[in-house]
Design a protein around this ligand. Structure first.
Ligand code: SF4
Ligand code: SF4
Length: 333
């Protein structure tokens, strides 16, 4: 069985570039609240990303870069530039898309071929009964066929409504799901536009620790760098700075001395409730999981200020626990 020690010291595995907040679709559960209003569109600056990565020390190995949005194919020139740039730093360059561009297999193959020549290694398709209100399953089939013919690995990510067998049913709705490399499903979470959905499994206070924090940094279109790429992770307290002024190594190292981040990695967001009685009323509320709890606390000005005001007194204690666990982890590695 994997012990907690195997995950420590924390190490960076993946960087996520959210290159635009524009999306052709407007899915009801979209945690990022992306939509098709050009006036609100923000796009990432490739030069800033290049600077952020170019100062990566050789000892800092990153397994891959995920490129997402919004819908990253919306600005294909920008997407191609960023795939090319990513390919200079990592072996695995993955693009996440809803496949609105795959109107037929020829169109799909043209787009994917261009990206493959820039360094694309994997296409991850977002498709489920939310996305299909905007992008038909036939388009997804076209993208799967094109990826298969070009030897590009292809995954499916499906947002699952509580109590429904959405992943199975999506695969039945697709003609070519057997060509997919991997299929995954994630629960619908009440964050962003998803707040208005009623498709969740709720539970009492979730007490597990966060296994994702710092293994996967995320950069939003405005250049802000976050310690977490999870649903609900784009909150001010988890922002490490802007990629125009920090580099990847500084961002990671400064996060390792941030007591809030270390507390999430060791204890999970339920730990914050122990810091002040004003947070303890959350004990009686229901959540879908740790990310929902984390977002509820850190995205709320009142709650996050209480955490910030109190967590510094726990800094030395948290960092000492982190060092001890990490020492055990180094022995096991
Ligand atoms: S396709 Fe993705 S980014 Fe676009 S609205 Fe749907 S969930 Fe949001
Ligand atoms: S618990 Fe918080 S930090 Fe961890 S993955 Fe969820 S949103 Fe991110």
């Amino acid at each position: 069985m994997k012990s907690i020690y195997n995950s420590f010291p924390l190490s960076l595995k993946v960087v996520n570039f959210v290159i635009t907040n524009y999306c052709n679709a407007r899915c009801r559960m979209c945690a990022n609240d992306s939509d098709n209003d050009p006036k609100k569109t923000e796009e990432i600056d490739p030069q800033i990303l290049n600077k952020f990565l170019s100062e990566k020390p050789k000892t800092l190995y990153i397994e891959g870069i995920n490129i997402s949005g919004g819908e990253p194919f919306y600005n294909f020139l920008l997407l191609s530039q960023i795939v090319k740039l990513s390919n200079e730093y990592v072996d695995n360059v993955i693009v996440l898309s809803n496949c609105f561009w795959a109107k037929n297999t020829i169109a799909a193959k043209n787009k994917l071929n261009l990206l493959k020549s820039s360094g694309l290694t994997r296409l991850t398709i977002s498709s489920d009964f939310y996305h299909s209100e905007f992008v038909p399953f036939s388009f997804v089939d076209n993208a799967i066929i094109a990826a298969n013919e070009l030897n590009i690995r292809c995954n499916l990510n499906c947002v699952q409504r509580y109590g429904k067998k959405d992943l199975d049913n999506v695969c039945r709705s697709l003609q070519y799901s057997s060509l997919l490399d991997h299929k995954d499903s994630f629960p619908c979470t009440p964050i962003g536009r998803g707040k208005n959905e009623n498709a969740f499994q709720i539970q009492n206070l979730p007490k597990s620790r966060c296994k994702l924090i710092l293994s996967s940094l995320a950069i939003k279109p405005n250049g802000n760098v976050y310690a977490c790429c999870g649903v609900g992770g784009f909150t001010d307290p988890l922002c490490l700075g802007n990629a125009s002024s920090i580099n990847i190594n500084d961002a990671f190292q400064s996060a390792l001395s941030d007591p809030m981040i270390i507390a999430l990695a060791i204890h999970g967001p339920a730990y914050f409730l122990s810091l002040d009685t004003r947070l303890q009323k959350l004990e009686n509320e229901k959540f879908t999981g740790i990310c929902h709890l984390c977002n509820t606390i850190l995205n709320d000005h009142f709650y996050s200020k209480i955490v910030k005001d109190n967590i510094d007194s726990q800094r030395s204690n948290l960092l000492a626990i982190y060092d001890t666990i990490s020492d055990f982890g180094k022995v096991l590695r």
